[in-house]
Each structure stands twice: as structure tokens, then as C-alpha cells.
Design a protein around this ligand. Structure first.
Ligand code: SF4
Ligand code: SF4
Length: 222
């Protein structure tokens, strides 16, 4: 899922300060699971901002709404009838949701209330770790299901760099060397020959370096 974290409230206050009527807009999907931008966070943020401005004698109105997904036009339509009541929207969705909302409601400033960090896994409550960088050409079949693109700091594709030591990345002792993990996994699977094969040159044109990506599925288009 997409992992995001709450922006510091001071940064949010700076963003919203020029506006009097602000709609705080949550999203029911990834940002709810990572507890950054779901219904609960909308409620908490609205209360905190209301108290902040009341204490300073400033009148601001905070509306609240949480959509099923902000990255989907169908759900964004749900606020069309009320968005004119607000001077700005503070979106707690990931960067995709903020942009899609901004494209849908071009007359209203859309402000991000979270920082979108990565595609990751929910390891335990309060702990998320990056697992994929959406490179567009998955190599997990030959790396024992461990991603060298997202888990190796240098994105090397043919085994560890010279900085790998005692199973750890040269970044430091808190970071496992992705290639050590891959080798260990392939060994356990009895597939070490996969590691000994020189990997073909990866097609990075499907990665971010190839520019914004579009996926078209004509078989399901209406
Ligand atoms: S190889 Fe690419 S698509 Fe596969 S997990 Fe890694 S970044 Fe994601
Ligand atoms: S030590 Fe391992 S994970 Fe770190 S950059 Fe080198 S190969 Fe990648």
C-alpha cells in the first residue's frame, strides 16, 4: 500500500493560514490503514486546528469529509455540491489523491496534509517498511521475492556492492544488505544458481526515469 505520514501541524497551519473556510478531506484507503489521513485523523486534526485558532481569537471554519478514495473520480464527485462552501481543501490523501482532487476542482486550492513516503508493508502497528518502487518491470522471480530496487540503496542488480559487510548495508547497522537477504533466501530455496546467472540489463525505461507512466488496458476500457 501507499505509506504516508502526517505533516507537522505547524506546517499545516502555515499552509491553511490564508484561508478562512477549509475542508479537511480524508481518504478511506491506504492513508487510513497507516493512520495518517483517514476519518479518525480528519476528526483529530479538525479539533486541533479549531482549538489553535480559537485560542488566537481567529474565526476559521473547518468542514470534514472522508471519501472512499481520492484517486478515483467517482468518489471525488461526492464533494462537488459542497466544495464551493470552502476557500481551500486540506487533503489527507497521498500525493495521487491530492493531485486528482486538484485536477477535478481547479478553482479551489488543494493543500497536502500528509507526506507520501513509499510503497510498503504494514509490519506491525506503527511500523511500515518500503518494499517496492514501482519500477514497472518486476525482477522478484529471480531474486527470491526480495526487491533489489527498493531495498538496496544503490539499486544494484547483480549482487552486493563492496560496502556490504556482515549482512548489513554500508548505510549502517540498522539496514540489512538487500543482496545478502536475496542470497540467503535463494540458498534456502535451493536456487542459488539464479544468483550465479548474470542478470540481463534491466530496462529502466519503465521506471520513473522514463517520465510519467500511463497504463492502458483496452480490454477493460468502456
Ligand atoms: S522489482 Fe520493481 S516492481 Fe518488483 S518489487 Fe521491486 S520495484 Fe517493485
Ligand atoms: S551494502 Fe547491500 S543493500 Fe547496501 S548498497 Fe551495497 S548491495 Fe545495496
Amino acid at each position: 500500500m501507499i505509506i504516508a505520514r502526517k505533516k507537522p501541524v505547524e506546517e499545516i497551519i502555515t499552509e491553511i493560514d490564508p484561508y478562512d473556510r477549509i475542508l479537511i478531506l480524508g481518504c478511506n484507503e491506504c492513508v487510513t490503514v497507516c493512520e495518517a489521513g483517514g476519518k479518525k485523523e480528519v476528526e483529530i486534526l479538525a479539533s486541533a486546528l479549531t482549538l489553535h485558532y480559537q485560542a488566537r481569537g481567529k474565526a476559521k471554519t473547518f468542514g470534514k469529509a472522508t471519501l472512499e478514495r481520492q484517486c478515483d473520480r467517482e468518489y471525488l464527485e461526492e464533494i462537488r455540491g459542497r466544495i464551493h462552501n470552502y476557500d481551500a481543501v486540506l487533503s489527507l490523501a497521498c500525493g495521487v489523491g491530492v493531485q486528482f482532487a486538484a485536477e477535478t476542482y481547479t478553482a479551489t486550492p488543494l493543500l497536502p496534509g500528509v507526506d507520501t513516503v513509499c510503497l510498503g508493508a504494514n509490519e506491525e502497528r506503527g511500523l511500515w517498511t518500503e518494499r517496492c518502487q514501482a519500477c514497472g518491470s518486476c525482477v522478484l522471480a529471480r531474486t527470491g521475492g526480495i526487491c533489489p530496487v527498493s531495498r538496496c540503496a544503490k539499486r544494484v542488480m547483480n549482487g552486493p556492492c563492496g560496502g556490504s559487510a556482515n549482512g548489513k548495508c554500508e548505510l549502517g547497522p540498522d539496514t540489512d544488505c538487500a543482496w545478502q537477504l536475496i542470497i540467503d533466501r535463494l540458498k534456502a530455496l535451493g536456487r542459488l544458481e539464479d544468483y550465479e546467472q548474470v542478470a540481463p540489463i534491466k530496462d529502466w525505461s519503465t521506471d520513473r526515469a522514463g517520465g510519467p507512466r500511463t497504463i492502458t488496458r483496452e480490454d477493460i476500457q468502456l
